[in-house]
Design a protein around this ligand. Sequence first.
Ligand code: C2O
Ligand code: CU
Ligand code: CU
Length: 551
Amino acid sequence: MTLFNHSRRRFLTQSGLGFAGLTALPSLAKAMEGMGMHNQHTGDMMMPKITPNKASPNFHPDVELELFCKPAAIQILDGSRTNLLQYTAKLIKGEKNTLTDLPNSYLGSIIRLQKGQKVRIHLHNGLSQPTVTHWHGLHVPQVMDGHPMYFIEPNETLVYEFEVLNRASFNLYHPHQHGATAKQVYFGLAGGIIINDEEEAALELPAGEYEIPLVIQDKQFDSDNQLVYAPMMHSKMTGFTGDKILVNGRPNFHLDVASRAYRLRVLNASTSRIYKLAWNDGMPVTVIGVDGGLLEKPEVKSYVMLAPGERLDVWADFSGRNEGTELTLKSLAFAGVLPKMGMGMHKGGIPVGSEYPICTIRVTKKVSDSPKLPAQLSKFHHYEISDTVNPTNPLPIGISEAPMSMLLNGRPYEFNNPLPSERVKVGSIQLIEIFHAHGAGGMKMDDGMKRGGMGMMGGGMGMMDLSMAHPIHLHGQQFQIVSRSFSGDSTAYDTVRDGFIDSGLKDVVLVMPMERVKIIKPFQDFKGLFMYHCHNLEHEDMGMMREFSVE
Ligand code: C2O
Ligand code: CU
Ligand code: CU
């Protein structure tokens, strides 16, 4: 194990900007320079370079596949192809349906696994920059979790071997390269993982052509159809947003369906955009599952919030609808997730919290038969606060916001340097409280100035409230949401509050300004370093990430 210093120079030479198309865009190159791992907090951090894990002769996989990360050029818009980065997979061993490609998409293949299977994945880095892949949602040992310390250089291969311990659920895989997660995801590196198990199979939910992944992202294109990713000071702080909504990698996504029930597996793989999903004709949104799999009972909502990294399992019943009926899945208007100055400063694009369509669905076939929605979907153990080792003393996840430093527990990301409250016993069940650390009103201008960087904001804004919503993600086992409490003026909060699904197993929770969320999380089976961070990926890369050391 060798140690080196993550200097900016290293980032620039090793990242190589990924592919040729990018170097033609000087503003992008400049923006990416600013996005790197070099900032006042993480720039001098020591991160080990670990020899990539190799296949173990004692591990006998049921499923084995190769996963390549490499540059690609895909036709997305009319005219030039778009240069991006792509996961492609090749099955070595396993059932034929292990891998399914989304049609005409840059997104990685959907990987289908069964609970209990042993899986080996050979990750090949065909990029010109370092990367590492994380299996978001999967409960795996530290060395298989895609912690940034396991990054591989171009042309290196990293072998993952793990058993699928999770229950049936829809998860995702994406890079977790230190300081470059947002950029690598934005340029195309993301894919879905569907886990099945017997409990779920017994329900005979819509499957095959009736089970449809909907991966939602937003991107910005230049006049030559190339991706623009230029998070400047302000958009780093709020998160970078695009001016086109893509579903499964396609603009103006459209689905033809029969008049029956479908199962929509929805994933928000945007770097920062939050959606408020609803059907345009007032049909309620019937949710049967979230991040960690099926709910016990369906929840019927007029709208549902979906933050980056979150998943939704939606029962969409088009029974009785006539041929030719069209429906739109929309994002409805909402407020309160961005700093008060956020909306006004947004240039162009589709403002977060405005109303816009996500995709359209047309009934093209009338059928008479449809499966029925089960009243009971699953069963799982519900933790009580009294099951935790710290019922009166929750582990804190304190969010603090300043223009150049998005922090957790007052600290930026530091490799292997846990606070006392970040050391937990393996096997323990912990009560955790996520809150805004700077009081109900967020941070004021003068605090921000002391922390640095405020001078770059341009003057004349006076006092401002930087507090915003953060989708907080914890690696490892899923958690249960115990309570949310909100204090303050609820005008904005009222536009989102009915859209949270807190009854299921979660690994991302959207925490609104002035909100405190209590969760219970088990830390079973594996010792080691497990990240927790904001899944607004620009925030993550700015250092809004910490680790639990499970000991
Ligand atoms: Cu989806 Cu640590 O991330
Ligand atoms: Cu994760
Ligand atoms: Cu955040």
